[in-house]
Design a protein around this ligand. Structure first.
Ligand code: UDP
Ligand code: MG
Length: 320
């Protein structure tokens, strides 16, 4: 059992009782077909359905399947992190459980890896079976992120990717919370290339990324890699000072020309007050988002808590 496999396949699971069986079957079929040694690393991210029990059943029959059970839901990006931490393969593939990322693309990724690429990321050329809202927000998000950050995160790529052991080891050194893994991988560098694929419809069940999680994910992505939101305050301050200075000059000229009538300015006063209060709260909110993240780092809590594991060597440690 302590022999290191060539491939580790990391699968995060959150309430995936409807898909875990089929996902295992498809992954096993593809990996057996490749002929190299492998392990499947299932991470249960605090599911409230039968996911954990089903994963344990699979582990009992197949010791190639390793299982990490979180104490609660820590989120998709954290689940992937744990899977990578516990994996031991020479190459690590991260794939969603819902079969939206087709396992059949893995051999293609492996081929590129053998050609010498350290990161082979899946690029979605088409998304099937997703709502118009999801597609448009995703498209806008990837483009907006590119403008907001200096890190070159490839557009339209998710976490479905293959990384070399050395990239995985480098990732372990990155301890930040509120993680945006694709950004961190891009930040690390390494030789990378895309493999194009069509993102399929979810095999069964609902998306585990409701709007709230999508917003959290997007703000983590932007705030981990950009100070630009903070610069909004500087920009607004500058713009408002300039505008009021011009206004002042105009008023003085009008007064000197005797063209100004003093009128009671209730409405304009109210508008200006509300407008500036709005800006102040917005900017405070942005600063607060960053401070919250600094606070998370300062507390230095572990990234995740593992309740128990199955089929893992006692020496295999996650993050310590
Ligand atoms: N997931 C997770 N924790 C969460 C949310 C999602 O581990 O809090 C897993 C989920 O089980 C799936 C993957 O992350 O394997 C992607 O989630 P999903 O397919 O729901 O996202 P979408 O494809 O709709 O963006
Ligand atoms: Mg999905």
């Amino acid at each position: 059992m302590s022999e290191k496999p060539v491939f580790s396949i990391v699968v995060p699971l959150y309430n995936e009782e409807e898909v875990i069986g089929e996902s295992y079957r498809r992954l096993k079929e593809v990996m057996d077909g490749m002929g190299d040694t492998y392990e499947l690393v299932f991470v249960n991210d605090g599911s409230r359905d039968k996911t954990a029990a089903l994963a344990r059943e699979i582990c009992e029959k197949d010791t190639n399947v390793k299982f990490i059970n979180f104490a609660r839901n820590f989120g998709h990006q954290t689940a992937i992190t744990a899977g990578m931490d516990y994996s031991s393969g020479d190459a690590v593939v991260v794939i969603d459980a819902d079969l939206q990322d087709p396992p059949e693309v893995i051999p293609e990724m492996a081929k590129k890896w053998r050609e010498g690429y350290d990161v082979v990321y899946g690029k979605r050329i088409q998304r099937k079976g997703e709502t118009f809202f999801k597609k448009i927000t995703a498209k806008l998000f990837y483009r907006f992120l590119r403008r907001m950050t200096d890190v070159d995160v490839p557009t339209d790529t998710g976490d479905f990717r293959l990384i070399d052991r050395k990239v995985c080891n480098a990732l372990k050194k990155v301890t930040e919370r509120n993680r945006y893994i694709r950004g961190i991988v891009a930040w690390l560098g390494f030789k990378s290339c895309p493999v194009e694929f069509v993102r399929e419809k979810r095999f069964a069940g609902e998306t585990k990324y409701p709007l709230k999680k999508m917003i959290k994910f997007a703000s983590d992505a932007i705030m981990s890699f950009s100070y630009k939101p903070l610069k909004i305050a500087t920009f607004m301050g500058f713009f408002v000072s300039l505008a009021s200075f011009i206004y002042l000059i105009v008023m003085v000229i009008l007064k000197l020309c005797g063209a100004m009538e003093t009128v009671p300015g209730w409405t304009s006063l109210l508008v200006v007050t509300l407008f500036f209060n709005g800006i102040i709260l917005l900017v405070l909110g942005i600063i607060g988002e960053y401070i919250g993240r600094i606070y998370d780092e300062a507390k230095g809590r572990p990234l995740y808590i593992v309740s128990d594991t199955v089929n893992l060597d006692p020496e295999t440690k996650g993050r310590v």
